[in-house]
Write a protein that binds this ligand. Structure first.
Ligand code: ATP
Length: 588
């Protein structure tokens, strides 16, 4: 398939943010796409070459790309830098340069999607000493044969700056329309995506086998399943109102969610955001297969740091020390953990998702043999508010965050924040009622003791519709010297010269960061705001929402991607809930 078809489609898609228009452009593109190429197209249009969980990154730096443009165009690097500065986007700059290419090539090879894709894969897999030179060779050979618009998009993909704003949902809508003529069939695609986390594979399946193939789509061992999430509640009373007579209560441990895939000797661990985190937990890899009594299995557990002497649970932050490339063995002995199982999703070749909670828990207890390292998460069946309060207190006393409440007769809903699981944390019972996970987008240098460090950070929510990060507050409290140092180390590698186009704010900042880090804050209230962009125009025209008295809780949410941060929709729900409480109080 000619790459020109794809770059023309990208060009059209870049001109709009409207979901319906984007869907239409995608349908037109998919109609022209042969079955064997569709998975590649689905990855590329999301700026990827493989599904996220494979962790394959292109890792091409701007400097290298500039050298490659210079090599293929014959234009000096200095001139290219000038055009880049003027245009602000290297892809766009490259298209201008390719227009005025001084070197003409004689034998121009056709650029196909397959060729671009294979070259990108090769670039991503290059390692070692000569890899930079090889990367440059590959890039310039593509640019030699590329038209200006093709060159523009090749570079954008390579640099990770392709932002077409097509959410996964939009891609699935378009696949349903193209291959079944019925958008309603999106729900079957959604299920296939939830159990495979691989939209390319889902696209290939529907293009080859049609809707029947999608309806029969099964869990694939070592492809992560998108996790089931919980709704928040503020009180025991709310739980009883929502769930009725009898339900399960489990400790909500303050650790890292781990999805464990095992078959024979092979074991792979995925994080909550489906990243392969096997290398951080060699102890799980070594010890868990020994306690599993099944041929193959997918389990969910919470890895929690513990005090080895007392067995006490320690806060999530302790696990940060495990996130390192080197000397992991030392971290394993210094920061020991236990692994606490709470669900089973697949066993001996069969999905367990359709089984209800009670059946799954029973199976889990049978398959996983407990020992010092591997535990079943503490669980009881509760019948009323008193039962919950008592168990909540026990859980908090033992160092957990609160409770997860789960309906007994419901299946596992992969990939959804449903109402069959509820979470009750102690801090929910005051003020705003919940902590928020916000994206760090900007920083302000500190004064006094904080000179030379960031004293205040600018934070944002995630806007799912626009795929942007909208500012919601500045936060300068809750930091200890230690946490500031830690944040400084992390944030320094994320400083950018230009504000990332996905950041939506009118605030100024001393430095801008790539939106890549999520931290947790609490606040006393959500107020309307003329300056912040979160949920702008949703409550009142020309007005957004902001947090009043925000405070950093000390938690850096390394396990969350920025797309997992609190969304504007969640902020609106909290804002409306807060208004209801105020209204009820005024009636009392
Ligand atoms: P939070 O900020 O509350 O951790 P979240 O957005 O990460 O929320 P939620 O579904 O809202 O995800 O909360 C569930 C999280 O709590 C899980 O991702 C998991 O890491 C953790 N957890 C701890 N104990 C349990 C349990 N017993 N069952 C399910 N999840 C648990």
């Amino acid at each position: 398939m000619e790459f020109a078809i794809l770059s023309d489609a990208f060009d059209k898609m870049e001109s709009t943010r409207k979901r319906l228009e984007l869907t239409q452009f995608l349908v037109e593109l998919f109609e022209k796409t042969p079955n064997e190429v569709i998975s590649k197209i689905v990855y590329l249009l999301q700026g990827k070459i493989r599904p996220d969980f494979e962790g394959i990154e292109l890792g091409v730096a701007e400097k290298l790309a500039i050298r490659a443009i210079s090599k293929s165009s014959g234009i000096p690097i200095k001139k290219i830098n000038e055009i880049y500065q003027r245009e602000g986007d290297l892809g766009h700059a490259a298209s201008i340069i390719l227009e005025q290419k001084t070197q003409t090539t004689f034998m121009v090879e056709d650029i196909t999607v397959e060729r671009v894709y294979e070259t990108l894969l090769k670039i991503a897999n290059l390692e070692g000493m000569r890899s930079q030179d090889m990367k440059m060779k590959y890039i310039s050979s593509l640019l030699n044969d590329a038209s200006p618009i093709e060159g523009k998009f090749i570079l954008k993909i390579l640099l990770g700056t392709l932002r077409l704003g097509v959410a996964e949902n939009t891609v699935m809508d378009a696949l349903a329309i193209t291959f079944t003529k019925n958008k309603e069939n999106r729900k079957f695609l959604q299920h296939a995506y939830n159990v495979s986390s691989d939209l390319g594979k889902v696209a290939e399946k529907i293009s080859i086998e049609g809707i029947r193939g999608i309806k029969e789509f099964e869990i694939i061992l070592f492809n992560p399943i998108r996790p089931m999430l919980a709704d928040r509640i503020k009180s025991e009373e709310e739980a009883v109102i929502k769930f009725g007579k009898e339900f399960a209560a489990e400790y909500k441990l303050d650790g890292e969610r781990v999805q464990i895939h095992i078959e024979g000797d092979k074991i792979v661990l995925f994080s909550r955001s489906l990243e392969n985190i096997s290398s951080y937990y060699p102890d799980i890899i070594e010890k868990i297969p020994k306690v599993i009594q099944a041929e193959n299995v997918i389990l969910e557990a919470e890895a929690v740091a513990i005090n080895e002497n007392t067995g006490e649970f320690l806060p999530f932050q302790e696990l940060m020390h495990r996130r390192r490339k080197y000397k992991i063995e030392k971290a394993v002995t210094q920061y020991p953990i236990t692994i606490n199982f709470f669900d089973i999703l697949f066993c001996n070749g069969n999905s367990c998702l359709e089984m209800n909670y009670k059946e799954r828990r029973k199976k889990l207890e049978k398959i996983v043999k407990e020992n010092e390292f591997a535990k079943h998460i503490p669980m009881i069946i509760v019948k009323n508010e008193n039962d919950i309060t008592e168990f909540l207190e026990n859980s908090i006393n033992e160092g957990s965050e609160g409770l997860m409440l789960k309906m007994l007769d419901k299946p596992y809903q992969a990939g959804s924040r449903g109402s069959h699981w509820l979470k009750l944390k102690r801090e929910y019972q005051n003020e705003l009622g919940d902590s928020l996970d916000l994206v760090v987008i900007g920083g302000y240098f500190g004064k006094g003791r904080r000179t030379g460090n960031y004293g205040t950070l600018l934070l944002a929510t995630y806007d799912e519709d626009e795929d942007t990060f909208t500012s919601i507050c500045k936060v300068g409290t809750g930091f200890t010297d230690e946490s500031l140092d830690q944040l400084y180390q992390i944030l320094n590698s994320k400083v950018t010269i230009k504000k990332n186009p996905r950041i939506d704010t009118e605030m100024e900042a001393d430095v801008w960061f790539e939106p890549e880090l999520v931290i947790e804050v609490v606040a006393s209230e959500i107020t309307i705001s003329p300056i912040h962009k979160a949920a702008k125009n949703k409550i009142r025209k020309d007005t957004g929402l902001a947090l009043r008295f925000p405070k950093f809780t000390g938690k850096i949410r390394i396990e969350k991607t920025v797309e997992n941060a609190s969304t504007n929709e969640e902020i609106i729900t909290l804002y409306q809930g807060q208004k209801k409480v105020a209204h009820n109080k005024s009636l009392m």
